[in-house]
Every structure is written in structure tokens, then in C-alpha cells.
Design a protein around this ligand. Sequence first.
Ligand code: GLN
Length: 455
Amino acid sequence: GASLKKVIETKQFNAFITVSKNEAEKQAEASLQRFKSKQSKSDLDGVPIAVKDNFCTKDIKTTCASKMLENFSPPYNATVCQRLLDAGAVLVGKTNLDQFAMGSGTVDSIYGPTKNVWKCKADSNDFHIAGGSSGGSAVAVASGVCFGAIGSDTGGSTRNPASYCGVVGLKPTYGLVSRHGLIPLVNSMDVPGILARNVDDVVSILNAVAGHDKQDSTCLTNYCSRLPPANKMGIKGLKIGIPIEYNCEYLSDEVLDMWDEIAQTLQNEGAIVKEVSMPHTQYSIVCYSVLNQCEVASNMARYDGIEYGYRADDDHSTEKLYAVSRRTAFNDIVKNRILTGNYFLLGRNYEKYFNQALKVRRLIMNDFDNVWEDAQLLLTPTTLTEAPLYSDFIQKTNRDQCAFQDFCTQPANMAGIPAVSVPIKLSKNGLPLSLQIMGRNLSEPMLLALAKYIE
Ligand code: GLN
């Protein structure tokens, strides 16, 4: 009850699209009864958790922040949601995002932008962005109304807002957590992400949602063990790589200095910290944009206004109905990606763009395979700067550079490896700054242990 009240009170941040008050109250009541009869189901029983609005929730609106799905209530729960409910968690509501998770700001939602909680003045027109696309989930945690939240991560969408909002954000190994019921952006890179105030809370949520699901054919079968709470491990002899290519254009001095400082500290405390090279990092963003647009073109074909989603009034012909429904209900970003993706997939272009991008993706993955010979974990920035001001972020020139926001986060999705963003300190302006740790596939225990060491 108290938590729901807080959710409603923090409306000024626009973190939630839907607050599922009735359902959450019922879940909380059932949890209380279990608690009284000493039958709590797990450490998440009765705990308030928010879910990004691109995960299906049975009979609760799931909009992807788009007019296309404005009135869509799925008939089933995403596996992640079902597992949280099975663990006794209270799902308080659905959080704001960029339309269909395309973006890095949570500024492109039909429900308006989400505001960062840091330095946020309720009466001001300008504010710092929450980052995205899982900005609503990050703010649900950062504002203190939820213990944790579920986001999605295709190119950085969980880690980017976690970094800007000063919470921990985990992108698990691809296939560790089921995508069943997560509305797809790029099937070969999408993973459900976890946001929480600290590493131990992330571990609790990960344990509830991870593990094989026969409804997702890409879900791993060979992982079932529960992670222990991340112990503060000793770091003596731990090999930590600093990939030099992540010191990129637009990286702010403040982030660079902090990266240096933490690397130095880890070295002083016994880790073996050394520079490593990942030469194909520079192609990641361009390669991602080709693969993203191709998969988007294919994934968005399902929205024809017939089975579900927005349907236009124009019924002159079936084609016209499709066209007008899609033209009216998608924003320009979605439309651009569909058009470009279909162009890349034309018979005459397929080899030149899509196939070429797949080859570049392989080179980027090979960089990681090679680097694990020298390093057990990698330490990099998450975002290049502190959270930008909304008025700056939406400037046209900055929008064109938007993809650059994902420079440090995107490669992990190419390779499928786990990565976590950990808040480190506040910038001179009083906004959170974070670093990212990456590890090889299924190295979550070691990754989260180092995260806990530096958090
Ligand atoms: N910013 C990237 C994009 O717009 C990644 C988004 C995501 O991870 N969902 O596609």
C-alpha cells in the first residue's frame, strides 16, 4: 500500500505508463497472508518491482510507448513477469520507454519523456534525461518507489539509464533469461535487463528470473544454478583489461578520469590491470545500425492493424488499411528504421549490407574471444557523459549523434556477453557517473562480485 502510494506520488518523473493498482494490491495482500502463515515463497515475496512496458502482462496494457499498442492488453505474461509473480513479487506497474525500445533517452514516448530524479525541479521545463530506453525502470528504482525493475537491453537500454540515474544495471548473458513475452527489437541481441539499487538486489532478481524456458528456443539449457549473494571477493591476481578503444571521441574528461582512478585503485589493491586492444570496436555502432534496422523491418511487419494494435478507419482496400494504420501509429524513428531496413534487405543490397554486417559482427565477437586470453574481466565507461539536459539532448545535431551514446554498451550485445553498469560517484554537477564491467559468457558470478567490490 505504502509503495503504491509512493508510485502515485512520484508522478512528476513520468516513470510509469500504467500503475496496476488493483492487481498489485491483491498480490500484496496475498503476500501478507503468506508472511503471516510463515509461507513466504522467496526473498522477493511482497517486494515491489516495476516492469518495462515492452514485456507482456496478462490483461494489463502493454504499449511499447506507441500509439500502435496503446490499447493492447496481452492474453499472457512474459516469462520474466510470471517468474517474478511465482516468487511472490508485487508487480506495481509498467514503465516508460522510447517507442518500441528504439532510443537512448526515454524521450520518444507517446506519454512524454521520463525525468531523471537527480537535480529534478518539479516546476522546471528543463530537466536531465533518464537515459533509455528503459528510463522509466531506472527512475522507478532511483526514486526509491521500487526495490528493483526489469528493463530490456539490445544495445545498452538497461545500462545507459542505470548509469544516468545512479543505479546498478545488469545485461545478463544472451539466453540466460527468457525473451518469451518481451516484444522484440533485435531478436539476436535482446535480453531482459535488471535494475536495482545494489548488486545483491540484482542477484535476488536474477535468481528469480534466470533459467531455461522452453518457450524461448534461444534460452540456454545448461544453466540452472542459483547465484549466491555476490561476496566481496578478494581481487588479488584478478586480470582486468582496459580496452583502449573505449577511450573514444565524446568521452568526457570527468568519465575518463574516474575510469583511470578506479583502474589505479584496483591495481593498488592487488588486481593485474592492463591495457588491451579490441580493434573492431570502432565498427560496432555502424554494424549495429544495419543489423538493427534489418531486424526491425522484419519484426515490425506484424503490426498491420488487423490482428491487434491500432487500426485506421480507411478501409478502401486492405493495403490502404495497412498503410494508414502504420503511418498513423508509428513515430518517425520507427518508420525510418523500417524503411532503411527494407532497403538493406532488397535482393540487390542484401550481400552488401546485411551479410557484410554479419561478418563485421563476427570480427567484433572475435575481439572478445581473443581478449579473454589476457583478461578475465573488462572495465570501461558505461555512458560517455553524465545525464544530458533534455533541451540539449533533443537538438537535431545531438539526435544525429544519438547512436554514439551506445558506443561502450553496444559491443556486449553483439557478442552476447554479460555486462553491468555500476554507479561510482557524482559529477561536479551533482549527477551520477558509472563504469561498466564485462565478462565472458555466463561469468555473472565473477562479474557481479567485482561489481560489488567497486560499488
Ligand atoms: N539505443 C539503441 C537503439 O536505439 C539501443 C536500444 C536498446 O538497447 N533497446 O536501438
